[in-house]
Design a protein around this ligand. Structure first.
Ligand SMILES: CSCCC(=O)C(=O)COP(=O)(O)O
Ligand SMILES: [Zn+2]
Length: 212
């Protein structure tokens, strides 16, 4: 099997797993996996597809600028430029972007703070934060409609080879050294968002805001 086929299958398997979680509502989301360094070539999901289906046209190979490497009628994801920034600025091998209700609500609720902070929760260890007082801060950036502007703002948060950024009322993008790590970070982040939503709801109940 060629490296291209290996990476294709790896990304297709991740896509299937995320689809089972229903994380591609309304054709949202996009995924990428690096195939080649110097020059950077990566597979990215084709734009606008139903990502719950597995087909031979799910991905296309693009270069460091997000342009198709081969002649194709497929269009790279509208958000390919964010994946380009990841592979240009870090050594990450895989990047995943999904829209969920939890990540959208959290990104809106904490938007004025420009980050959401998690402390004292076991799952922040997924981000390699092991100390007792360790803190995970996930930045929240505005949802610029102009993708080059969005990619440029997103790029400021690409200081490490793994991480996560929330885009306000849009979704989350995570990156890691390979598909396994990127998926682990995505699952951990979504767990933390769901936890935080539950806490916010229960605090509201305690304050008498909601009658059950
Ligand atoms: C229908 S969701 C709006 C576009 C988006 O945010 C997304 O993640 C999917 O776009 P793509 O071009 O990658 O299909
Ligand atoms: Zn999106």
């Amino acid at each position: 099997m060629t490296i291209l086929e290996e990476r294709w299958n790896e990304l297709a398997d991740i896509k299937d797993e995320l689809a089972v979680r229903d994380w591609f509502m309304g054709t949202s989301g996009n995924l990428a996996i690096k195939v080649h360094d110097e020059p950077v070539h990566f597979l990215v999901t084709a734009s606008g597809k139903d990502k719950r289906k597995r087909t031979s046209e799910d991905f296309l190979l693009v270069n460091q600028y997000g342009k198709p490497v081969h002649d194709t009628s497929l269009k790279p994801s509208a958000e390919t430029l964010l994946h380009c920034e990841i592979y240009q600025k870090t050594n990450a091998g895989c990047s995943l972007h999904v829209h969920t209700v939890a990540n959208n609500v959290i990104s809106e609720w904490y938007s004025s703070e420009k980050e959401v902070v998690f402390k004292g929760l076991e799952l922040i260890k997924a981000f390699d934060l092991w100390g007792e007082n360790a803190t995970l801060k996930i930045p929240i950036i505005p949802n610029h409609a102009h993708i080059p502007t969005l990619a440029s703002e997103f790029s400021h948060y690409l200081q490490e080879d793994k991480g996560a950024v929330l885009i306000q009322n849009h979704g989350i993008t995570v990156w890691g050294k390979n598909g396994f790590e990127a998926k682990k970070l995505l699952e951990a982040a979504e767990f933390l968002f769901q936890y935080q939503l539950t806490i916010l709801q229960l605090e509201n109940v305690k304050l008498g805001g909601i009658t059950l």
